[in-house]
Design a protein around this ligand. Structure first.
Ligand code: KG4
Ligand code: ZN
Length: 361
């Protein structure tokens, strides 16, 4: 079965045709960084407007590249349309959802609403974009989801169940990258710029504080506001004598602190659950130091999507949507968008029962 996926939850408009949840026949991603760069972050109304302009050409190109023709009924027709309907920016989500519903309805096709974070957790199941290899990753696996809006560690038990172990108690990891990049004047999005700079710096130049998160009840939580404040406002306190104050050194020291937090949480999850498979998703999962650090964890098999599949993309949406379609779980014309998901709203500690995200709900 071939599914058309559509993703528009934040600042990427993307469409993709994926077969049987794994084989990517086309993937088109239209970014908007030039729209948001001067604000150092995503401006919701500008994002919605850009989605409105991009959605038609992006979907058309994805269908044509997959041989499906503009209506999805070409030589290789599609069997359904999956779309991100939560969480994300409401206006941006509404553009993709409205398009997907109308297009599916017009073609008499089923449509499947998909959770964006569950899709990031699924991305590792897609065929590699370079080699085409598609060995399925066995469930359950530990997955760390690190993006501009979320920082989550979870156990993926099946395509429909993500059991959230911990989340950030303040800022998201990618958000810290973007703030530090704005401070260093290296542009938006900040992650790739800092990643590049850090390769030429020495992380020993500053010893930034690490959040103290290892007490029993928060072995899986993350915190980035202290690190961000240390870099932007308190650099002198943490600078080590003898190292030049270069952007490269700042980037390297920040990156080491930011990523070591993530790897530390993964280590805890592996030790506590005994699950020897680790995956990652979200824009920060494209980070070179994170990828190296996870790959060198002892005793676990690490599965990382290719960088393009870490970022927001519609292939992960089509891939996950396929499984719901195959199970007969589809949406209807009343399906709406949800900006936030209760499980991810971390004010205080949610009851453990609330930590299970049923991605089909
Ligand atoms: O998943 P994503 O494309 O969009 C959201 O759902 O947020 O993630 C975007 C985030 C941005 O904060 C960006 O700075 C970060 O991912 N990012 C990176 C890298 N590439 C993107 N962070 C660190 N290193 C990278 N190489
Ligand atoms: Zn994302």
């Amino acid at each position: 079965m071939r599914v058309l996926g559509i993703e528009s939850s934040c600042d990427e408009t993307s469409a993709s045709v994926v077969e049987d949840g794994r084989i990517i026949h086309s993937l088109v991603i239209a970014g908007q960084s030039e729209v948001h760069a001067r604000y150092h972050g995503v401006v919701p109304e500008a994002a919605s407007r850009a989605h409105v302009e991009q959605i038609f050409p992006v979907v058309r190109q994805a269908l044509e590249e997959a041989g499906a023709g503009p209506g999805g009924h070409g030589a290789s027709p599609v069997d359904g349309v999956a779309v991100t309907n939560r969480p994300g920016l409401s206006g941006s989500l509404a553009v993709g959802l409205t398009f997907a519903k109308s297009w599916a309805w017009a073609g008499g096709l089923p449509f499947i609403p998909v959770d964006h974070m569950a899709a990031h957790a699924y991305a590792v199941q897609l065929a590699d974009t370079d080699t085409g290899a598609a060995p399925p990753v066995q469930y359950p696996y530990i997955v760390v989801l690190v993006s501009g809006g979320h920082t989550i560690i979870a156990v993926s038990r099946s395509f429909r169940t993500l059991e959230v172990l911990g989340t950030t108690i303040d800022d998201a990891c990618g958000e810290a990258y973007d703030k530090v990049s704005a401070f260093l004047g290296t542009g938006y999005p900040g992650g790739p710029a800092i990643d590049r700079l850090a390769r030429h710096g020495d992380p020993r130049a500053c010893t930034f504080p690490r959040p103290r998160l290892n007490r029993n009840d928060n072995r899986y939580d993350f915190s980035y506001s202290g690190l961000k404040t240390a870099v932007v406002h308190q650099m002198d306190r943490f600078w080590n004598e003898g190292y030049p104050r270069t952007r490269e050194n700042i980037a390297a020291a920040f990156q080491k602190a930011a990523i070591d937090i993530v790897v530390d949480r993964v280590r805890n999850a592996v030790a506590d659950t005994g699950i020897p498979r680790v995956a990652a998703g979200g824009g920060v999962a494209a980070n070179s130091y994170l990828r190296e650090s996870l790959a060198s964890l002892p005793g676990v098999t690490v599965h990382l999507p290719s960088p393009v599949l870490c970022m927001d993309n519609a292939a992960m949406v089509a891939g996950l949507g396929y499984h719901f379609l195959a199970a007969g779980e589809t949406g209807d014309l009343e399906t709406g968008v949800t900006a936030r998901i209760e499980t991810f709203r971390r004010r205080g500690r949610p009851h453990p029962e609330n930590r299970r995200l049923q991605s089909g709900e």
